[in-house]
Structure formats: C-alpha cells, structure tokens
Design a binder for this molecule. Sequence first.
Ligand SMILES: C[S@@+](CC[C@H](N)C(=O)[O-])C[C@H]1O[C@@H](n2cnc3c(N)ncnc32)[C@H](O)[C@@H]1O
Length: 363
Amino acid sequence: MEISQPDPDKLKMFSFVLYSQLSGAVTAGMIHLGDRLGLYGVLAAADAPLSSSEIAVKSDLHERWVREWASNQVAARLVEADHSDPHEPRFSLTPEGRAVLADESHPAFGMGMFHRLPSTMERLAELPDCFATGRGFDYDAHGHDGAVGIERSFEPWSNAHLVPVVLPTLDGVVERLRRGIRVADIGCGAGSAVCTMAAAFPDSSFVGYDISHHALSIAREKATSRGLKNVSFVDVHDEGIPTDSSFGFVTTFDCIHDMTRPREMVRTIRRAIADDGVWLLVDIKARETLEQNVTKNPMAALMYGISVLSCMASALSEENGEGLGTLGLPASKAEEFAREAGFRSFSVLPVDHSVNAFYEIRP
Ligand SMILES: C[S@@+](CC[C@H](N)C(=O)[O-])C[C@H]1O[C@@H](n2cnc3c(N)ncnc32)[C@H](O)[C@@H]1O
C-alpha cells in the first residue's frame, strides 16, 4: 500500500483533536482538585462572584495556586469569569455548574468519576502487564477512594429516582415491597440503592451482595448510620447467593458487565428468585456494534477507556473471565443470558436515563 503524505491542514486538525484529549485529561485532574479541595463548594456558597484571593481565604489555600486553577476552569468553560477588572477577574458558578459540580444531593451531580480519577489512572502502571497476560483486576484494586467514587457517581441519581420513578414502572413490585418480601441487590457496591429501598420499604428485608471489601464496609456503615435494621451485606466470596427461590425481587445496577462470569450469575439469579419474582436489570445502554456505539453514543470514547481501566479489567480479573466491559451488555445479549437461564419474560422499561438501560425480567 502506498503511504500518502499528510495534508498540512488535516495534520493541524489531527493534532488539535489529539491535544484536546490531553486538555480533557489534564482538566479532569483539575476537576478532581476542585472537588477535593472544596473549591466548587466555596464558589457555590458565594452569593456574588469571588476573586482568587477571596476563594483562597475561604478555602484556606494559597492564592497563586487557586488563581491558576480557576484560570483552567474558566478556559474549560466550567467556571464563569467576570473580567470587569482585567487584573482581578471574579469567579462564579452558573446554576447548572452548581448542580453538577457542588450539589451532592442533585441527581445530575457529577463528581463521582472525578473523585476516583487518581486511583483509576494509577492502574495505568499495571495495564501493560494486563494486556500481555490477559488478566485484569477487580474493583478493590482501586482502593477505598475507588469505592467512594462509585458511590458518589450513582447515589445522587438513585436517591432521587429509584423509589419514585423506577420501581413504579415494574408491574406490582411496589405493592409487594410494601407488604414485605425478600430483596437481593447483587453487585450492591456501597449500598446506595439497597439502603434507599430498605428505608422506603421497612416491611421488606434486603441483602446487598458484592465482592469488594471497600464497598461493603462503606455499605455497612451507611446502613448503620441510617439506623436501617432490614438490610444486611454479604461478601459473595464468603457466602454464596442462596439459590432457594426465596427472593421476590432481585436488582442489579451497573454490575453484570463487570462480572467475570455474568452468565453464571444470571443463572444464579434465576435460581435465587421466586417463580413469581422480578429481576430489575439496570446496565449501561450499549449498542450492538462498535460502529453503532461510536456514532450514536457521544460518550463512547470515555466508556471504552473506562472499560479498560475499570469495567473490563474487573470482568477479566479471574482466569477465563467473560470480559464484557462497559459497553459489552447490549439488550440482545442481556436477553440471551436471561432466556438461557430460564427467564421467559424480558421487557425494556420506560425509564429515561442518559447512560443506563432498564429491563424487567421475569421467570
Ligand atoms: C460499577 S459498580 C456498581 C455498584 C452499585 N451497584 C452501584 O450502582 O453503585 C460494580 C460492582 O459490581 C461488583 N462486582 C463485580 N463482580 C461481582 C460479583 N461476581 N459478585 C458481586 N459483585 C460483583 C463490584 O465489586 C462493584 O462493586
């Protein structure tokens, strides 16, 4: 094949695309700092734009560092600047910026993945070995901050939407939860979803299953601090999921694609669930092919990258792991797993979510 010479204009554009990725990566680090150092909190709490000196005083940090950070944030269009005095710009957040960057209770709060950015990126050091051996690492490889980052990613949305919006889309489930059934949340992470449900349905009993020690310890603390008596947590490595048809409702949130043996897990879920029970499967909204993912999903690059750093690494953390990864469970595969395990009903739920798909699955 004859190799043609680069076109000078396209070359510039290509370099621009390349460096805009680096700009995103570096700014992501600055976002981590803004969250971790409380800088977004200071900006959100202010009732007027602040100078870098004022931010520095309020956050007890050095002004010069704060000023450079704020300049990055303005250039990245995350923080607003009033340039009336060009030598002393004043910084503020828009209402949208406040919701996404500083309001932990807002469903659009977005700091979770930035919280775990350093622990996620640290894995780069061992990834060359993973590519060579084929073997990945589980969620605990990301340490305590990795589990907190996942918790902060999912909890705001699930606090706001799980009980009032999602559960009512499942035929008869809310009524049965009110009367009292056994519920399993598998791959429960830091227990956000299961604690929210346990608080809303005190007559039902809930068990969260996971394999991450970090996530399970956060989950147990959360249940204790909220005074929840109807939820417990189990490490699947210590105690398997009971396959005695005792659960009336099983949930899995964003975890089947992370598992080394997802087909086996779906078969276990079928055996764990009562014949009149329901499985709520929530997983990343993936398309069937790379082409569809990259053309229809503006976050595809982020997702394939996170897959290497986290999801697929987890799904390959044991010998012969299935290795689905972040975009590895499109509806067709989820349905195939479910039917193969003996589930006979599979339907897509009408829940509007930018990242996740919701399925109601019944025996
Ligand atoms: C992306 S996190 C989601 C956590 C939680 N469901 C949430 O929404 O916050 C995926 C979770 O799946 C867990 N996981 C992976 N393989 C598992 C397995 N075989 N059994 C139980 N949990 C597993 C991980 O430890 C991790 O906590």
